[in-house]
Design a protein around this ligand. Structure first.
Ligand code: DON
Length: 233
């Protein structure tokens, strides 16, 4: 539907003369940006101060190769959030038991953590969430603690390197960016450190109020995903 592409397709069109079918071939439409197969989060605050934090997922690529008998449709990959093999790690390395088995009416376990925080006066303070499988919870927690306990602005809080531990595997997963001496000290204490590629894509809004209660919104967009942006209106 891109007008430039449509014009390019029409350059061989002749109002006065038909073309032979052999002369009409397929076009080469502009390449679309590759769409992530993964979970997405967005945080919104409107001008009246209403907030939404939405994380949505089909887990990974579409389809779990299972068709529901008699319906003809595929179950999506969200089925992997059930325990399909007790004691075996799922896509996110989570090891689970029978309690999370696939059964009618059940909801699979989820790490999704769309979060809205209020300040001690009950005013909207922060909206945050992230994709990242099992690492979502630690991602969201670390953004919050970076702001509240370490006084970072929301963009720095979202961008700061993160670490993660999820019981099994029994290791401390770290992104690049932590000082070597800090990691060495943890190793000396017995932590099994494993450097992994970046995880999560936290997108957050922080709200400040002036003396008369007028809001200023600050957006934090995760540099880990190039499509993540903070926009105002
Ligand atoms: O609900 C869950 O915990 C998982 N389906 C989330 C998967 C996810 O975040 C994938 N994206 N990175």
């Amino acid at each position: 539907m891109d007008p430039a592409y449509v014009r390019s397709r029409m350059t061989t069109f002749d109002q006065a003369q038909t073309s032979t079918s052999e002369a009409v071939g397929h076009g080469t439409p502009p390449t679309l940006p590759t769409e992530s197969t993964e979970t997405t989060h967005y945080s919104i605050v409107d001008e009246a101060g209403n907030a939404v934090a939405v994380t949505y997922t089909i887990n990974d690529l579409y389809g779990s190769k299972l068709v529901v008998d008699g319906t003809g449709f595929f179950l999506n990959d969200e089925m992997d959030d059930f325990t399909s093999a007790p004691g075996e790690p799922n896509l996110w390395g989570l090891v689970q038991g029978e309690r999370n088995a696939v059964r009618p009416g059940a909801r699979p376990v989820s790490s999704m953590t769309p979060t809205i925080l209020e300040d001690p006066d009950g005013r909207l303070f922060m909206v945050v969430g992230s994709p990242g499988g099992a690492r979502i919870i630690t991602t969201v927690f670390q953004v919050i603690t970076n702001v509240i306990d370490y006084g970072m602005d929301i963009q720095d809080a979202v961008a700061a390197p993160r670490f993660h531990h999820q019981w099994l595997p029994d290791d401390l997963q770290v992104e690049q960016g932590f000082p070597d001496e800090q990691l060495d000290r943890l190793s000396e204490k017995g932590w099994e450190i494993r450097e992994i590629s970046t995880f999560g894509a936290a997108d957050a809004i922080m709200i400040e109020y002036n003396r008369v209660g007028v809001r200023t919104l600050y957006g934090g967009a995760d540099p880990r995903r190039e499509t993540d942006t903070a926009v105002g209106y």
